[in-house]
Design a binder for this molecule. Structure first.
Ligand code: M6R
Length: 609
């Protein structure tokens, strides 16, 4: 996720570009840059770090000109650095481009362009776009962009400028947002409305495949087949602060709704075209690499630890390697039996969690191979580990983790399939089934989010609850842990999660009339056992809310209320069943008037022991 802006009009471009980018920093903030045409050439100013660093760098020498583009970056390909910052330009300086998304086939294109003599200055996927422009340019800016779009694959929103055509910007999008703000004698482009809301309230929201030529007085839009479109003007009534949250009341809710896209981005380029397996080019493992691994430790904190527990089920069951999951703050002091035959996987959204970083260092010291799963490119954990898999969730602002968790689960499942196939312990039929289950997951997440009224009503109904219990077996238990953490962290309702079969060993004493119990029942192999546990709590007059797969006709006979999730494979079910729990926690917190995005006593990134 990155933020992009563009301006063309009668005013100086730079003030708008910098101001617009400041409203998009929630989309990324590891580097920033602008490109402005001064009448003769395109001048680019960019640097690693927050926007303030760019402001300082520009100082009094603000690039002048009335057409420009800008970018605030959240690194995916290539660590945060001056060279990897956008905009990118070709060698002649004729073209400049800003990009949000991932060009999946960039390596093939890059090799081809290098063979043709192009010299690349960055490690980014984006730079191929601008070199392709230079390679294919025949004097016609628009036609050249169209040729480039035929070659690149992946997800993107892109804004192009060309020194030969200083009266227009060209933009397009696929699977990433882009809006065009309509002014008088000036027009604006941005990844999101907050960047332009102070300049205009009239917008065109671009759809996938649409191609727009923006001048100061006009906006020409075509569909993917080149047919002109008359776009409907979308008028924004929100205030600037609400706009930053995309019209959502809180970042947490926005991030919940971003999950289909975050999971899609994390999986893109990691699923083989024939859907037979998953691919991790960043690992490039062969059978020997895995035969040497006798045991895996997964280490993390909080929500990431819960993702690790799901990961244990995936890896043990699919790749047949024994896994231990450790809380990072425990691992470092418990004298774990780790050696060269151990692979340590650390999971961390921020990549900066102090306990996780220290555990990673300890595992390395003991001789383990290390792999990090993190959302932040170039973070301390990413730098410390031998290898890294990035989740592409984009910045997570709310303290309560949501999209980081679901993308971590997607990575762990893809990793288990990858390992299972390399080790030859996964049948090709089951591998295909699992990859297909992943492939349809973003649509299922979308479907689930379409109507959450039912979940919201339950949350409001339980808002006065003093205690809540979350139960499940197997993978449902792992998700119950996350549901319980979500609820207590933002609504301050006391919540506990239990393996459903464990309740009778003590905790059942707390189940009395009216106590609220949420039971997950999505796992077929333990379904009957879960029903028995539901009967146990119902016999003590608990009020039970069940989470079950669509098409489950039995569950309603046993519980008081049910929330259905789309029918799914047992391994993708956790990535779906956690959503109702996130939404439940969110609305319970709203109903209790809690500070959802900044719960008391907590911080987003815990960099102290
Ligand atoms: O950045 P990390 O994933 O390493 O953070 C770990 C935990 O602090 C984090 O998951 C925390 O539990 C969340 N705020 C829970 O929503």
């Amino acid at each position: 996720m990155c933020g992009i802006v563009g301006y063309i009009g009668f005013n100086e471009a730079t003030p708008f570009l910098v101001d617009g980018m400041s409203k998009l920093e929630y989309r990324g903030y590891d580097s920033a840059g602008i490109a402005v045409f001064d009448g003769k050439r395109i001048n680019i100013e960019k640097c690693v770090g927050r926007l303030d660093r760019l402001r300082d760098k520009i100082g009094a020498h603000v690039p002048t000109g009335t057409i420009g583009i800008g970018h605030t970056r959240w690194a995916t390909h290539g660590r945060p650095s001056d060279q990897n910052s956008h905009p990118h330009a070709d060698a002649s300086g004729k073209f400049a481009v800003v990009h949000n998304g991932i060009i999946e086939n960039y390596l093939v294109i890059k090799e081809d362009l290098i063979a043709k003599g192009h010299v690349f200055l960055s490690e980014t996927d984006t730079e191929v776009v601008v070199h392709l422009m230079a390679e294919l340019y025949n004097g016609d800016f628009e036609q050249t962009v169209k040729k480039v779009l035929k070659i690149i694959e992946g997800s993107y929103s892109l804004v192009f400028m060309c020194a030969d055509a200083p009266d227009k910007l060209i933009c397009t999008k696929k699977d990433n947002p882009l809006v065009i703000g309509l002014g008088e004698g000036e027009n604006f482009i941005a990844s999101d409305i907050p960047a332009i809301i102070n300049y205009t309230r009239k917008n065109y929201i671009l759809s996938d495949g649409e191609f727009a030529v923006v001048t100061k007085d006009s906006v020409w839009v075509e569909d993917r087949d080149g047919v002109p479109i008359s776009k409907k003007v979308f008028e924004v009534y929100w205030d600037a602060e609400a706009a930053e949250k995309g019209g959502y009341d809180h970042f947490m809710l926005k991030e919940i709704y971003e999950q289909p896209q975050a999971v899609r981005a994390t999986m893109s380029s990691r699923i083989a075209k024939d859907e037979s397996t998953t691919i991790f080019n960043e690992l490039n493992w062969v059978k020997d690499d895995l035969d040497n691994i006798k045991k895996i430790f997964i280490i993390a904190c909080g929500t990431a630890y819960h993702a690790g527990i799901v990961g244990k089920y995936y890896i043990e069951q699919i790749a047949k390697i024994p896994v231990e999951v450790d809380i990072a703050s425990e691992f470092r002091y418990r004298k774990p039996l780790v050696d060269e035959s151990t692979l340590t996987i650390v999971i961390s959204q921020s990549g900066e969690t102090s306990d996780t970083l220290a555990a990673l260092k300890e595992a390395k010291r003991l001789g383990a191979r290390t792999l990090a799963v993190t959302n932040v490119v170039g973070s301390s954990i990413a730098r410390e580990a031998d290898q890294v898999i990035y989740t592409y969730a984009g910045p997570e602002i709310a303290v309560a983790s949501t999209k980081a968790y679901t993308t971590q689960l997607a990575v762990m499942l893809m990793l288990a399939i990858y390992m299972g196939n390399i080790k030859n312990v996964l049948s090709s039929e089951r591998s295909k089934e699992l990859v297909h289950a992943l492939h349809i997951l973003p649509e299922q997440l979308d479907e689930l989010l379409k109507d959450v009224t039912n979940i919201k009503e339950h949350a409001y109904r339980y808002k006065e609850a003093k205690d809540m219990f979350f139960l499940g077996r197997s993978l449902d238990y792992a998700v119950a842990l996350e549901g319980s953490l979500k609820l207590k962290e933002i609504s301050y309702i006391h919540a506990e999660a239990y393996a459903a079969g464990e309740l009778k060993h003590g905790t059942l004493a707390l189940i009395v009339e009216g106590v609220a119990v949420i039971v997950l029942a999505t796992q077929h192999d333990v379904y009957e056992k879960t029903l028995s546990n539901i009967k146990e709590v119902k016999a003590r007059d608990a009020e039970v809310l069940g989470i079950a797969l669509a098409g489950d006709d039995s569950i309603s006979k046993y519980v008081d209320h049910t929330i259905f999730i789309p029918k799914a494979d047992k391994y993708t079910a956790p990535i779906l069943s956690v959503l109702p729990l996130q939404i439940f926690a969110y609305y319970a917190a709203v109903a209790r008037e809690c500070d959802v995005d900044k719960p008391r006593n907590l911080a987003k990134s815990v960099t102290v022991e």
